[in-house]
Design a protein around this ligand. Structure first.
Ligand SMILES: NC(=O)c1ccc[n+]([C@@H]2O[C@H](COP(=O)([O-])OP(=O)(O)OC[C@H]3O[C@@H](n4cnc5c(N)ncnc54)[C@H](O)[C@@H]3O)[C@@H](O)[C@H]2O)c1
Length: 439
């Protein structure tokens, strides 16, 4: 059975120490704060967390858990270390990484004369790139010769919430490991054998980022629900009932839908309905800064696409997908119509491939809109992927469609592709496509 050192006996460190000990491992807690070390050795919790006092007392009494101020003692007597020191932000949000850097140096120094293979796991919340720079850098520098091959580093963010931390440790949404070394991944897998949750392994920077994206999304949800609550209150509607029913839709609302990075939204409903709710709230003096940011954010995506295409310097542009999303002919408030109009305004030569729109031009319900409102755009339609590819210096993928695949398969090596759907990796691309400029 492995022995685990846990550096930093705050919320994350204490809960992790108690829970790993409870899972059967020997655990050594380390902190620079003598009071915390003494408390833990007396079987008392340095933090207030339901159930933790009892669990720590039991684990100290059965000899699976002890604490020390000595980094050397902890490293010498353990097989791997978790770093759980604080990473507070300053008034501007910038992370203060001195404790992280310091502990990494200390662990490295303690491993200098130690030829064993050792694993260091970052559990503190850190921005992408921090583990490599602030942990691996000082750790390997202090440890000296062959440090990189014998001391492996991984990231394992913690998803616990204060107040329910013990339950969250046992029932996380998943165990997330950022690690680029198979043996280290397998070692970490053994620590979580008792935790019934998906075990996800990814790159270190991805794992670091997921933690921030998760917390930012949680914050976004709170503010979304509160602004909707404010609007409902002023509209005389029961906000709790509205959100109760809203949450029952697990297909579109509380779901994977609309959560893939791609291009701007459009169409006949989303822009109109967001505007209508904002208008109503505004006239009732309801402040909705978050919801008011939606349309500017969406416009920003469209402008960034336009600027990227113009900045490429290409004169002949081929666009795949004109309607607001794949498999529809609806052009109302389509972001790609705005992109095309801007490119035409700059004098660029644009051709478009979108079979649904081409058919609608002849027969469909949108015929009037196409012929009367955007005749200058409807004249630009191509009949085939080959025609579009022949025309273009630069190809812009606006929809994740079968036509996009056809175009990508025919693209020549000198042509640049801007994939606004960012679905590039999901599309089987012909090997001769050399360049990609993500907008
Ligand atoms: N609190 C939470 O609910 C929570 C949840 C998930 C992730 N996190 C993240 O986990 C990290 C730790 O958070 P926390 O709330 O437990 O922090 P905390 O401030 O409560 O505890 C950090 C501990 O690290 C100790 N420490 C500092 N330098 C040290 C060193 N060189 N050696 C040993 N110990 C040292 C401090 O004395 C302190 O006891 C942060 O990055 C935080 O963002 C926190």
């Amino acid at each position: 059975m492995k022995t685990i050192s846990i550096f930093g006996l705050g919320y994350v460190g204490c809960v992790s120490a108690a829970c790993f000990a409870n899972a059967g491992f020997k655990v050594i807690g380390v902190d620079v704060n003598a009071d915390k070390v003494n408390l833990l050795n007396e079987g008392k919790s340095p933090i207030v967390e339901p159930g933790l006092d009892e669990l720590l007392a039991e684990m100290v009494a059965n000899g699976r858990l002890r604490a020390t101020q000595s980094c050397e003692d902890a490293i010498r007597n353990s097989d791997l270390a978790f770093i759980c020191v604080g990473t507070p932000g300053n008034e501007f949000g910038q992370l203060q990484l001195s404790a992280l850097r310091r502990v990494s140096q200390e662990i490295g120094a303690a491993l200098k004369t130690d030829s064993r293979r050792y694993t260091v796991v970052v559990r503190s919340t850190v921005l992408p790139g921090t583990t490599l720079k602030t942990v691996c850098g000082p750790l390997h520098a202090e440890a000296g010769a062959y440090a990189r091959s014998r001391i492996k580093v991984a990231v394992n963010p913690e998803f616990m919430r204060e107040g329910t931390a013990l339950k969250d440790f046992a029932n996380p949404p998943y165990t997330l490991i950022g690690c680029e070394d198979d043996a280290t991944t397998e070692l970490l897998r053994t620590l979580y054998e008792g935790v019934k949750a998906p075990f996800i392994v990814t790159q270190i920077s991805t794992a670091e980022t997921v933690k921030y994206v998760s917390n930012t999304y949680h914050a976004l949800k709170v503010c979304f629900a509160n602004e909707i609550g404010d609007a409902c209150d002023r509209l005389g509607v029961d906000a709790q009932e509205v959100m109760r029913i809203f949450r029952m839709d697990t297909k579109l609302n509380v779901s994977e839908a609309y959560l893939r990075p791609g291009f701007a939204f459009g169409g006949s409903c989303l822009p109109k309905d967001v505007k209508a709710l904002l208008y109503a709230a505004h006239h009732l003096n309801v402040q909705m800064p978050l919801l008011n940011a939606i349309l500017p954010s969406n416009n920003g995506q469209i402008e960034r696409a336009i600027n990227t295409i113009i900045a490429s310097g290409a004169r002949r542009i081929g666009v795949v997908g004109l309607s607001f999303k794949a498999d529809t002919d609806d052009l109302r408030e389509s972001p790609m119509v705005r992109v095309v109009e801007s490119l035409l305004g700059k004098g660029l030569m644009v051709r478009i491939l979108d079979a649904n729109v081409a058919i609608a031009k002849l027969t469909g319900a949108n015929r009037r809109y196409i012929v009367e409102e955007i005749p200058h755009i409807s004249m630009l339609m191509c009949d085939s992927a080959a025609d579009l590819v022949d025309h273009a210096e630069l190809l812009v993928i606006g929809s994740d469609s079968a036509e996009a695949v056809q175009v990508l398969e025919q693209t020549k090596s000198f042509q640049t592709v801007i994939d606004l759907t960012r679905g590039w990796l999901r599309i089987k691309v012909d090997a001769n496509v050399q360049k990609r400029a993500a907008a």
